[in-house]
Design a protein around this ligand. Sequence first.
Ligand SMILES: Cc1cc2nc3c(=O)[nH]c(=O)nc-3n(C[C@H](O)[C@H](O)[C@H](O)COP(=O)(O)O)c2cc1C
Length: 382
Amino acid sequence: MAKPVLRTKLCDMLGIDYPILSAGMGPTLIGERTGAPVELVVAVSEAGGLGVLGGSGFTVDELRDAIRDIKVQTDKPFGVDLLLPKSVDMSGTNTDANQVPLSDVLKSLPQAHQDWVNKVKADMGLPDTEVMVRRNTTVRRPKEAVQVCLEERVPLFCAGLGNPGFMVSDAHARGMKVLGITGNSKNARRMAESGIDLLVAQGHEGGGHTGRIGTMALLPAAIDAASPVPVLAAGGIGDGRGVAASLAMGCIGVWIGTRFLATDEGGALPVNKQRIISSTDEDTRVSTAYTGKTLRASYNKYHDLWADSGLDPLPFPTQVMISSALLAAFVEAHQDDYVGGLAGQVSGIIHEIKPARTVLEEIVEQTVEILSRTMPESVTLK
Ligand SMILES: Cc1cc2nc3c(=O)[nH]c(=O)nc-3n(C[C@H](O)[C@H](O)[C@H](O)COP(=O)(O)O)c2cc1C
């Protein structure tokens, strides 16, 4: 059967067949595999979409290796997503020690937070699981990580947090495109003015860090604010219905996280994938429990423990030390009710873990079906 055709301006900009990107997804906790690893990137790009590597949990050297690994496995375009701090100083070098035990880091945190972690562990009889905190990940070494992306001429550089405007001219000089992500229209305008090529507008429904505006309200506002920079929709898209709606609203493509996480290639822990496919649309929560910023994850009892603690979250990313200390112990103790990874409300329509290629092909087929057959028949215009 001939492959369906579904093209927008995004396909020409990025040299891809379908206007569908798998989102950059980092790890949920210290030591966990990234949510969007090389395998997922390769599968999505090979299937005609564009796979984006979740680069936030890698060291700078691992990032370079992963990029080279992708290039060995596919000659199709791909992206790399990094979490950037508010401003990146591109001079100087970071000389922190590379690895420290999490138990040492915890000792430097406020006493109330230390006491709470210890109390939870004692109450639940949790093991003293040690995790190494890697201080040389791309989150802590953003300028070196950006430099690697520039040197490797990554086709699409994506800034999951922060404004990538500072590196746009260097990226363009190397033939790269730059994408920013926003959750509100004010930031959409700011990003657009910084010279980026593409903007992802992610609504409140989305998995991971999330803002306050729902996707339906955000998309038209972000499109207006970012014009003429084109916008991709994100947050709550799990099948062709979401893609068709996004294109109808004026987006040139979509950025899909949770649906691609629940695939054979998605990098989440098996327990987290299972939680996605067994969730209803009500089974995620937004909480500061994980990173200190508002973040959506599959509901689990860690959400309740944190809510009952009465503690203020530590600033991002310090709160990750608290959540990682407990999550690592929950995982080791097989306390699955307390484990749940980052995931969006769209979990409610995801019922099966499949190969990423199948997910992409089904989304494309359904989008084409809706736009070419269902819509013309279901809407009367004259
Ligand atoms: C497991 C997971 C990890 C994520 N990590 C990142 C990340 O490191 N960088 C980033 O830009 N966005 C991250 N996100 C957000 C996604 O890029 C994307 O915007 C979001 O998943 C879209 O909403 P959806 O889950 O409803 O598709 C993550 C999302 C999930 C589910």
